[in-house]
Design a protein around this ligand. Structure first.
Ligand SMILES: Cc1cc2nc3c(=O)[nH]c(=O)nc-3n(C[C@H](O)[C@H](O)[C@H](O)COP(=O)(O)OP(=O)(O)OC[C@H]3O[C@@H](n4cnc5c(N)ncnc54)[C@H](O)[C@@H]3O)c2cc1C
Ligand SMILES: Cc1cc2nc3c(=O)[nH]c(=O)nc-3n(C[C@H](O)[C@H](O)[C@H](O)COP(=O)(O)O)c2cc1C
Length: 778
């Protein structure tokens, strides 16, 4: 095969040498516009995993690269006059120039033809090539030529950064945050050879412009950075090697995704590789890794399918299929990390204390969890846990270890919770005429004994026509009230848990079948008229609701007030107002379901007017020492719907009206939604609302183990974690998670003592077996 790589960056060079090595009969050429020793940038970092696969594929290159590596373990934060350091993070850094030279030399050794100082204008310049690798970087000309086919999606991010170097040798990956009169700047600093460190300075566009950096030339902007980071630079200067860039040389990162990666141009197969196919923000330092991994995978597919030109189409297809998944995973993590740096100034730096700021920064991509931090640096993590537990007023754990964050107590108004875990409301569709019966008593009772500090029965409807299904719980008559009184009494008298009530009105999602007969499907018999913000049905065949009249609103507010009063009378400890999931109050908030042209539709203020009326009315009758939380859909996951930005506006309004907690759920407002699922997937919305609006929050959604909850609470992404489905699978979820993380302070029901001993012994035994060396053969 004749192979041409356009662009001699890490992707082009590494692929060239791997293919030549696999099959010396291939004719492989790399065409690079620069001279061999010219390059932009300073050092790049690698993870141990990338080095491991490089060792497998070409031990020679890996060895030379490793010889040239600088390895370091520590991360240091410089923030608000403090320096905080943790270890165990394992990075290796190398100068980009050095690395390219190593790859170039290896290419020559293996017989790859290297052509320098030739700028390729068009892939048509190589009609004889069977395969053309478009490894020409993020501004790829080849990708641009076939944009119709590759369909690149380039998202230019708002932050500005400049990639500089310094001769100060840093012994840790250092993050330095400096505040100016206009806002925050951060420097990402790491050493990559004996005398040089990379020094990337980043800030928001507003701060960049407020300082007039957009009008500075490179020298002026470098002088600005030197002054700003003078203490850390300690007399050293900053250097640029991007003199070819015009103006101040500050860039915006562009996140690139391509719909397709390969194309047959009539003569040759053309395929995108490295930055020309995708980019990952430098906040997780994975651009070079992705380029190297692409080169490895394409070679791997040739080995698997065959090195002949007849196989190229199949190879390219397989390459794209495999790489897409890994790239998406890294881009996801990079996005979280990148967004953290985009909002760090106003969201975290202004408010968090240095200890928690450090924790938030280390876990910014949500890939590194609490227990992962323990593996890296147990001493630092334990110190942080102690710091956190002391602030939360947690008594010391019986075994001397600090109390893990999720097991620290939390107070709001007069409510004192033993830990941070809430059993989230979950409809059971098992009531008759809204009355809780023995099923509900046992269901809630079991979970209240299972360790959650607070349990919520399902959404409780304030009138018969406020129900979602005929099986929903309600609180509009004495019989219901007495049955709730019994449930609350059981929880208070027999368990350490507190119990809350979630009050709601189904709105246009009412009169539907119970879940196991068809979620959201209208009931065939015994339905009732529906009311919503606007007369828009949920499904095309759903009952069309009436747009609420003022009279409807008054009646419904009165129903909420009655239910709130009775909830207090029977002893509920906290009330949650359900303003999420497309039910009545949520339907007022979302522009997708509220198209009213009166004072209840249109602006944020108008859309929130009725939900706030209800909130204020219940706040007025709910005792001052008992809190109220408000559950919001913090993202409609639909074009034109509410975004987390809108949710933050509403959260602020509820906070000002007296809400104590915002419970950050998302979606279910319209059927045609496009949620992005994943571990702790709604937690970023809670993080935003808590830290930007400064209101306590409950995070919910795929928080499925202690490790998740500990990370969320420790980082200050929420104050409480609501856990739903895991509680269906395991009523004693919290007791079991406490045992799994070795938290000795968890109280079990005294009647269950022997079960606890056996459970903990079983875990200890399993851990011992896992830790034991494999038995030798006799
Ligand atoms: C500030 C910053 C910090 C970064 N830090 C890291 C890090 O710590 N770790 C990490 O892994 N990655 C990092 N990266 C990303 C990394 O530099 C890239 O992801 C990586 O270099 C991609 O390799 P590539 O071979 O695909 O493209 P490139 O390295 O961009 O190589 C493309 C090559 O093609 C050449 N070329 C382009 N057009 C033509 C043409 N028409 N004709 C001939 N030649 C052409 C260019 O001269 C260049 O040599 C960082 C990036 C930035 C911006
Ligand atoms: C069976 C079931 C019923 C639910 N009913 C309610 C409800 O009544 N009120 C509510 O706000 N959320 C309800 N939810 C949503 C959960 O409270 C929670 O937000 C969601 O399941 C995500 O959490 P998880 O990943 O821990 O399950 C329900 C979820 C399930 C699985």
């Amino acid at each position: 095969m004749r192979i041409v790589c356009i662009g001699g960056g890490p992707a082009g060079l590494y692929f060239a040498l791997l293919m030549k090595k696999q099959n010396p009969a291939h004719h492989v050429t790399v065409v690079e516009r620069n001279r061999p020793f010219d390059t932009f940038g300073w050092g790049v970092v690698f993870s141990d995993a990338t080095m491991q696969s490089m060792r497998q594929w070409d031990p020679e290159t890996a060895a030379t690269i490793e010889d040239a590596f600088n390895h370091w373990d520590d991360i240091e934060l410089v923030f608000k006059g403090r320096k905080i350091r943790t270890t165990g993070h394992g990075f290796v850094g190398i100068g980009r120039k050095k690395m390219l030279n190593i790859l170039q030399e290896r290419c020559l050794e293996l017989g790859v033809e290297l052509v320098f100082e030739r700028e390729v204008q068009d892939d048509g310049e190589f009609p004889e090539a069977d395969l053309i690798i478009s490894s020409d970087g993020v501004n790829s000309r080849t990708r641009a030529k076939y944009a119709e086919i590759f369909k690149p999606d380039m998202l230019i991010r708002p932050n500005r950064f400049i990639w500089l170097g310094t001769e100060k040798r840093f012994d840790a990956f250092t993050f330095d945050f400096q505040r100016t009169e206009h806002g925050w700047f951060q420097a990402h600093i790491y050493r990559f050879d004996d005398k040089t460190s990379t020094f990337i300075v980043e800030t928001t566009d507003e701060v960049f412009k407020a300082h007039g950096i957009d009008k500075m030339d490179q020298d002026q902007s470098i002088a600005f950075c030197e002054k700003l980071f003078a203490e850390t630079l300690d007399g050293h200067s900053l250097m640029s090697n991007a003199r070819h860039l015009r103006g101040s040389a500050w860039l915006n990162f562009g996140r690139l995704i391509c719909e397709k990666w390969s194309h047959f141009n009539g003569n040759s197969h053309v395929v995108l590789m490295g930055d020309s196919a995708h980019t990952a923000h430098f906040a997780i330092g994975s651009g070079t890794k992705l380029a190297i991994d692409d080169a490895i995978e394409l070679t791997n597919q040739f080995n698997r399918i065959g090195h002949g030109r007849e196989n190229i189409a199949a190879v390219l297809e397989a390459y794209e299929e495999v790489r897409r998944i890994d790239v998406a995973r890294i881009q996801n993590a990079a996005r979280n990390a990148m967004e953290w740096f985009e909002v760090v100034g106003h969201r975290y730096a202004d408010t968090l204390e240095p200890e928690q700021f450090m924790y938030s920064m280390l876990t910014r991509s949500q890939r590194i969890s609490h227990e992962n931090l323990r593996l890296r640096d147990p001493v630092w993590l334990e110190g942080y846990e102690r710091w956190f537990a002391e602030r939360a007023g947690a008594p010391a754990s019986p075994n001397g270890h600090p109390v893990p964050p999720m097991f620290t107590p939390y107070s709001v108004r007069g409510l004192k919770l033993a830990n941070r875990i809430v059993m989230s409301p979950m409809a059971m569709y098992s009531a008759t005429d809204g009355v809780p019966d023995d099923f509900h008593l046992v269901h809630i009772g079991a979970r209240a004994m299972g360790g959650a500090a607070l349990v919520f029965p399902e959404m409780t409807c304030v009138s018969p026509d406020a129900r979602i299904t005929p099986g929903c719980l309600g609180l509009w008559n004495e019989e219901q009230k007495e049955a709730f009184r019994r449930m609350v009494a059981f929880v208070h008298e027999k368990t350490p848990a507190k119990i809350g009530i979630q009050l709601g009105h189904a709105g246009r999602k009412g009169a539907t079948k119970v879940a196991w007969e068809g979620t959201d499907q209208p009931v065939e018999h015994g339905g009732w008229p529906l009311v919503s913000a606007s007369a828009i049905p949920y499904l095309p065949h759903s009952v069309v609701p009436r747009a609420a009249t003022r009279e409807d609103m008054d009646r419904i507010t009165a129903d909420f007030v009655r239910a709130a009063k009775w909830s207090d009378e029977v002893g509920f400890d906290i009330l949650e107002l359900h303003c999420a999931h497309g039910y009545l109050l949520s339907a007022f908030l979302s522009p997708l379901t509220n198209t009213r042209d009166d004072e209840y539709g249109g602006s944020h203020e108008n859309r929130a007017r009725y939900p706030l009326e209800v909130f204020r009315a219940i706040r007025a009758v709910w005792p001052a020492d008992k809190p109220i939380s408000v559950r919001l859909s913090t993202n409609d996951w639909h074009e034109g719907g509410n975004t987390p930005e809108d949710a933050a506006v509403f959260a602020k309004m509820f906070k000002e009206a007296g809400a104590d907690l915002i419970d950050c759920s998302a979606g279910q407002v319209v059927k045609d939604e496009h949620p992005v699922y994943g571990r702790m997937w709604q937690t970023p919305f809670s993080d935003k609302i808590r830290n930007e609006i400064q209101v306590p929050t409950i995070a919910v959604g795929a928080i499925s183990e202690a490790d998740h909850a500990n990370s969320v609470i420790a980082a200050g992404r929420a104050d409480l974690c609501a856990i739903a489905r895991p509680h269906l699978a395991d009523p004693a979820f919290v007791l079991h998670e406490a045992a799994k993380v070795g938290y000795a302070g968890q109280v079990w029901p005294k009647q269950y003592y022997q079960g606890r001993v056996q459970y903990e012994t079983g875990l200890a035994r399993a851990a011992a077996v896992a830790a034991a060396p494999p038995a030798g053969k006799a």
